[in-house]
Design a binder for this molecule. Sequence first.
Ligand code: ZN
Ligand code: ZN
Ligand code: FE
Length: 745
Amino acid sequence: MSGLKIEIRGTVQGVGFRPWVYRVAHELGVTGRVHNHARGVTVEAFAADAALAALVATLRAPPLPARVRELVAEPLAGEPAEDFSIVHSAEGGPRALSIPPDLATCADCEREIRDPANRRFGYAFTNCTACGPRFTIATGVPYDRPATTMAPFAMCPLCRREYEDPRDRRFHAQPNACPVCGPKLALVAPDGTALAGEPIAGAALRLARGEIVAIKGLGGFHLACDATDEDTVARLRARKHRDEKPFAVMVADLATAHALATISEPEAALLASPERPIVLVARREPSPLARGVAPDTDLVGLMLPYTPLHHLLLAACDRPLVMTSANPSDEPICADNGEALARLAAIADAFVVHDRAIATRCDDSVARVIAGRPTLLRRSRGYVPRAIALAHAVGTPVLAVGAQLKNTFCIATGDCAYLGPHVGDLENLAALEFFEAAVARMENILSVRPELVAHDLHPAYPSTRYALGRGIRAIGVQHHHAHVASAMAEHGLTGPVIGVAYDGTGWGPDGTAWGGEILVADFARYERFATFRPIALAGGDAAIRQPWRIALALVDDAFGATASLPHLPVFDGRPTGVARAMIHRAIHAPLARGVGRYFDGVAAIALARGTTTYEGQLAVAWNLAAAPGDHAPYPSAIERGEIDLRPLVRAVVADVLAGVAPAAISARFHATLVAATIERVRAAVAARGPLPVVLTGGAFANPLLAEGIARGLPELRVYTHGEVPPGDGGIALGQALVADAVARG
Ligand code: ZN
Ligand code: ZN
Ligand code: FE
């Protein structure tokens, strides 16, 4: 008889791990105990050596959604126990986060809510150790019921029995509840008065009538409406002041998803995963979906139900529902009942609310399959706060505050990094308040006091000002260096790498906006190997919503300042003379190198689209416009290491004037960017050797660019993003690691 103390870290709390250990121990005849603590789970085991070896081997591979990241076993002296038991959570000790992300309703729970004979029939808060809310209800660690927003609900005797029985599916399921003892739904009018009838049936009836219903979900409120009704969708758009940005659509099951869109095998797997992100897929034509769901694009964001409430509602409605984050314009998602009623009264006709509080707001995640692999474009609900394992431990705990758009923050401690929930654009006070509260809560549940804070170099970003106000050592990190470092961290690379960082904009140390950068970098330093010839943004940021201005700058540069403007439809009725004068005199016309700006400008010329309503709109349209197959690149040039696309612009203008279809122009435009990038990467390889290549930055949400470059460099190891977003939603991870490396010198 020997003893072993086994320390386990990973996603091992709130996922039925301890009852599983209990069952395994019983089967192997092992005695001892298992307990939860803030660092993870400890097993003390006594048995013959063979049984202990079998136990360790089994513990390394638990059933999903549990995940073991680290397992350390050491000999344990002492009295063998009589049997195997589960000990309650202990307080104290050094902490590493083991709260899992929120998990979609499992098949067993789904069966129960549909079974009229089950006591949870029709119950919207059904969950078990394999599913249910986690991060969004956690208020502290260890993850136990008193440290969740389920604390006020006292379990009834039946629920209590399930909770205490190690053989039960609900053993220590912290949010365990039933219709007798758990949270309750209510259907209320915008003035807060209760509406008669059963809430889900009532909401379904209203949705079928074309009303807009605000629904409290897992990480915040959604605004829901009939996704097949053009008038209803138009009304939601008008009330939400959202011109053309696509709405996500929730469908009852995969079969419905297949009917609405062309869905590949990896896309189906992503849709049905326990994380349940919104997945961007190609809409079928003709489609039962209202055109207004995504007026400007053939991509549609679909997701499957992830809470019992969603399952019940979709079944009662029997139609796809728009499910868009409930927030007026660009503010954070509403999470609190009172806040939702106050802020959404002018948008929603009715509200489905409940009395389980949301501790941390968490938007839906957004994913797309790029180069054959799932890529998160927004990493939030379902993924946060899952740890990203680092190749090397950081020296001291680091907080990284992200950039401006699609903001997320990151805390790195030990050999783990934790990206926070999607905050969104940090341009209003509400977003900044959410940001600060979410940082504080994450520090609290990690029990971490950051000693270092990393921020973008842009001096005017609110995130930068917040970082400088923390009163700890602050390190500024160049935007594209951070992008490259985030891709390195995701893939466990320590550098040097050739980092291709393409996006819309990021502060460059030379005062221009960077965004077409090829860097040779490790975590501590970078060298800029190549970039793009800059474009003058006549009117500054106004040019981003008015891409005719970017088109003008491209044409002006390509044909020369004195040439007369070619007659392109995109310039019809625009004050081109004023804008040209601004460029020539360099008045309010900052230089920008972002690849995203080339997309905007060339797309504007070829699609004759002078304005957009949201960032990235034209870039996505231009990507989707491309004809399939191989196409010859347009001519381009290299001048002093700068990729010069003036020859391309001249050729595009000639093609547009000759009536060439946008599909062909777009395909050749993409081929040109791919070819120019490959040429520069090969030049970097010639100078520095065959380093690994990482593709990062928001432009790599574009499958044509990522797939084309990866395919064109078969001799190199080319890495694209997966769980860490390529865009600014992933940048905080890279900031943290750069700051750590710089601080260590
Ligand atoms: Zn379940
Ligand atoms: Zn109960
Ligand atoms: Fe960026």
